[in-house]
Design a protein around this ligand. Structure first.
Ligand code: LLP
Length: 431
């Protein structure tokens, strides 16, 4: 890849090579997730250049595929994990304890047991607790290692109310209680290393003011905590992830330099690292979901293009009314070399999956080239929270996924079968 391609702040769905994607469907079937690891790397490098003095942790929840973790860890990222399972995957991907942060949100006992067990072998790992209760439960398990406190700053932002965490009661200790909680934890022997908050996910440029205010509060709190606690002071201030990406074709990408500058300025003088933990930013535009049209139907007010992927494959449109770009690769291939006038007519279409819920649509009444049965559609920006949130509702096996790297294609997850869906049930019967 050239430096010019590296620096492109966004890869649009139209930038993907239609013929190459068509070959992948021919070889691996539909539906299919495709992830370009080179693009993941480019996204990391661009963000790391803008935040040159920050510690960067990848929020594993956006896409926990081993190849993604290895790629980002290889670039220098640490890994922020939301569960014991993610910690396990992070360690398996080669991260050392000091590169792993476990963010415990109402942690199930099994998660705490597992992580405290792993801590024995990886004493440098960091646990981020979001309540006093969690600190007590860690202490009860003999944990007195690196502790970070998640605070609730009372400011949220993000692309949808369901992902605006900063003011949600569920997350973190109210910031005004943080000093007391941390002083107490330090007195009890924990190695207090940081404070953390995550304002929300998919924060756009027009929410920069909320971001500024949030980071300023974190800076203030860091200064208060450092004064109040004896010892080495804080090692880092973690302001979470949330870097938005453009899903709509006409949306501009974030101006990373301005975000980085605003962050530094708002944080002010603190004697600690700035830590950030982006997820979506690294992987969103590195992934597409391919799906085949199996039904075309004239409905009363729209044309329905029925496809073999659904809300079980990519839940974001159903769950957050999220917009994802859609492209008809087959129509594009026909149109290649001929004038636009010879291409297919464009008609408003509702692209719908096979699940028995009216919310199972990828778009409603969107202008797209008239679909025909057998066409392959590409759904863009599917690399973040795509496969990761896929499920088996309606006894629908999850799709296959492939990764692209250095001109090679590799199957990264085989397609599931109904046998996979029913395995746990069958095994329970035979026990
Ligand atoms: N750090 C913490 C503690 C988080 O909870 C999250 C995301 C991140 C970092 C990374 O946020 P990002 O940079 O990816 O915005 N399923 C939703 C997004 C949920 C995000 C949850 N937390 C979606 O598809 O939009």
């Amino acid at each position: 890849m050239t430096d010019a391609a590296d620096s492109l702040p966004v890869r649009r769905l139209s930038d993907w090579d239609a013929a190459e994607l068509q070959t992948l469907i021919d070889d691996y079937g539909s539906p299919l997730y495709v992830l370009d690891l080179e693009r993941v790397r480019q996204n990391y490098r661009r963000l790391a250049a803008a935040f040159s003095n920050a510690e960067i942790l990848y929020a594993v929840k956006a896409n926990a595929l081993g190849a993604v973790l290895e790629t980002l860890h290889g670039e220098g990222a640490g890994l922020e994990c939301a569960s014991a399972g993610e910690v396990q995957r992070a360690l398996e991907a080669g991260a050392s304890g000091s590169e792993v942060h476990y963010t415990a949100v109402n942690p199930p006992a099994q998660d705490l047991d597992w992580v405290v067990g792993a801590w024995a072998d990886h004493p440098e790992l960091t646990v981020t607790a979001g309540s006093e209760d969690t600190i007590d439960r860690l202490e009860a398990r003999g944990y007195d290692g690196r502790l970070c406190l998640r605070v609730n700053p009372g400011i949220g932002a993000g692309h949808h109310e369901k992902v605006q965490t900063g003011a949600a009661a569920k997350f973190g200790v109210p910031a005004e209680r943080a000093v007391d909680v941390l002083r107490d934890a330090a007195d009890r022997g924990f190695d207090v290393v940081g404070i953390h908050a995550h304002v929300g996910s998919g924060v756009s440029s027009d929410q920069l003011d909320a971001h500024r205010e949030f980071v300023a509060r974190m800076g203030e709190l860091a200064r208060e905590v450092s004064e109040a606690i004896d010892g080495d002071g804080l090692e880092f201030v973690d302001v979470g992830g949330g870097f938005g990406v453009p899903y709509r074709e006409d949306e501009e990408p974030l101006d990373l330099e301005s975000v980085a500058e605003a962050t530094r300025e708002a944080l002010g003088e603190v004697d600690a690292w700035l830590t950030i933990e982006p997820g979506r930013y690294f992987v969103a535009d590195a992934g597409v979901l391919l799906t085949e049209v199996n039904t075309v139907k004239e409905a009363r007010d729209t044309v329905v293009a029925g496809v073999d992927a659904g809300m079980t494959t990519l839940i974001r449109p159903a769950m957050y009314d999220a917009y994802h770009p859609i492209r008809n690769l087959t129509a594009d291939a026909e149109g290649a070399g001929s004038s636009a006038a010879e291409g297919r007519e464009t008609v408003p279409q509702t692209v719908a999956g096979p699940i028995c819920e009216s919310g199972d649509v990828f778009c409603a009444d969107r202008e797209l080239p008239a679909s025909e049965r057998g066409d392959i559609l590409a759904i863009g920006n599917a690399g973040a929270y795509g496969y990761e949130m896929a499920n088996q509702y309606n006894s629908r096996p999850r799709p296959a996924s492939v990764v692209l790297e250095g001109g090679e294609v590799r199957l990264s997850r085989r397609r599931e079968t109904v046998d996979d869906v029913t395995r746990a049930e069958r095994e329970a019967r035979t026990e």
